[in-house]
Design a binder for this molecule. Structure first.
Ligand SMILES: Cc1ncc(COP(=O)(O)O)c(C=O)c1O
Length: 362
């Protein structure tokens, strides 16, 4: 990325030589992304994030069909907020949003989806893998239901872009739009992309200079786009096996006190993902101790204006708010060593013990 932050300062929309070099570099990055997502060069739109990519797919499709007969949009109940929070804007545009329930593993209830379908559904958004549970969806089954009813399928593939086993592709999956983000594959934060199947009308949310084939205005973030492509190129075929080995070693280390939310030995879960809880122990308390011990982990809760909301994913999976407050998420990269996984497991156990004994004293 470095040259594109300093010495290479051309604007990709300019005709002069430095500009043409920047344009050529973006084109090369677009080619890389298109190769990864199994789509055409011209089907990639660079955005500022996965959030913007999902917003563009949903709201851009709605704007393109604002006078059409399809007035409903379906979202999986456990989608990311970048999907769910499109609801108020869709409502203003005259679309009704309906949530399709998920099972206890955060997987779309296919019967409920079938029942919700009709000729008035414009689009369905069902993520590839859930960012909290780490479970994969049956994209083939969802896609065939949506296709049968002529509805568009947005696949939020932010969690799977880096998977060497389940990489999302427009040429093999029955989907029309794929949203991805660079920072989930080791790229820079603040850049993402939307793959749009040719012929699908999407109206821009950002208008201006006509960049990205008139679908997303604004001078491109050249360095970030180059960094995104470099990160994609660095994904290796055996990455998932390293992530899985670290995750499994960790799960072995934390033992049976930690109750996983899914069967992470199954192949339909993300390789580097472990979500679960220590029953009776508050996740935030554990995370505070873990941070002190040098382990960076997450809970499912979203902290906004000082109040902790229980995760909508946990609630939609049938957990109580009390159980949701216990949810912990651990993720492992392909560079995480087995020693680090064991080291982390020891600290997680120590943190859980500290929180348990503090609770007993209280
Ligand atoms: C499933 C999913 N979708 C969308 C996003 C948003 O991507 P970004 O952080 O690039 O806006 C995330 C980020 O955590 C995610 O996990």
């Amino acid at each position: 990325m470095e040259p594109w932050l300093g010495s290479e300062f051309g604007n990709p929309s300019s005709l002069y030589e430095e500009g043409r070099r920047a344009k050529a570099a973006i084109d090369e990055a677009r080619e890389t992304l298109a190769g990864r997502l199994g789509c055409l060069f011209g089907e990639i739109v660079f955005t500022s994030s996965g959030t913007e990519a999902a917003n563009l797919a949903i709201l851009g499709a709605a704007l393109a069909h604002v006078d059409g007969p399809r007035r409903r949009v379906l979202f999986g109940a456990a989608e990311h907020h970048c999907v769910l929070h499109c609801e108020p804007l869709l409502a203003r545009l005259g679309f009704r949003v309906e949530l399709v329930p998920v099972d206890r593993q955060a997987r779309t209830d296919l019967d409920a989806l079938e029942r919700s379908m009709g000729p008035d559904v414009l689009l369905g958004s069902f993520m590839h893998a859930n960012n909290e549970w780490g479970t994969l969806q049956d994209v083939e089954a969802i896609g065939s239901i949506l296709q049968r009813h002529g509805a568009l399928y947005l696949l939020d593939a932010v969690q799977t872009l880096g998977s060497s086993e389940f990489g999302p592709r427009l040429d093999t999956l029955p989907v029309d739009l794929i949203a991805v983000s660079a920072h989930k594959v080791g790229g820079p934060k603040g850049v993402g992309a939307l793959a749009v199947r040719s012929g699908i009308p999407i109206r821009p949310l950002i208008v201006g200079g006509g960049q990205e084939r008139e679908v997303r205005g604004g001078t491109e973030n050249v360095a970030a786009i180059i960094g995104f492509a470099a990160a994609v190129k660095a994904i290796r075929e055996d990455d998932d096996s390293f992530k899985r080995a670290a995750r499994d070693r960790f799960l072995g280390g934390v033992g049976s006190g930690f109750v996983p939310s899914a069967d992470y030995t199954e192949s339909d879960t993300l390789a580097g993902h472990a979500h679960g809880r220590f029953p009776g122990l508050n996740a935030e308390s554990i995370l505070i101790v873990l941070d002190r011990l040098g382990v960076s982990a997450s809970s499912g809760a979203a902290c906004s204006s000082g109040s902790l909301e229980p995760s909508h994913v946990a609630l939609s999976c049938g957990w109580s708010p009390a159980e949701a407050a216990e949810a912990l998420r651990f993720t492992f990269g392909h560079q995480t060593t087995l020693e680090e996984a064991i080291w982390a497991a020891e600290r997680v156990l120590r943190a859980a013990e500290q929180v348990a004994s503090a609770r007993t004293i209280a």
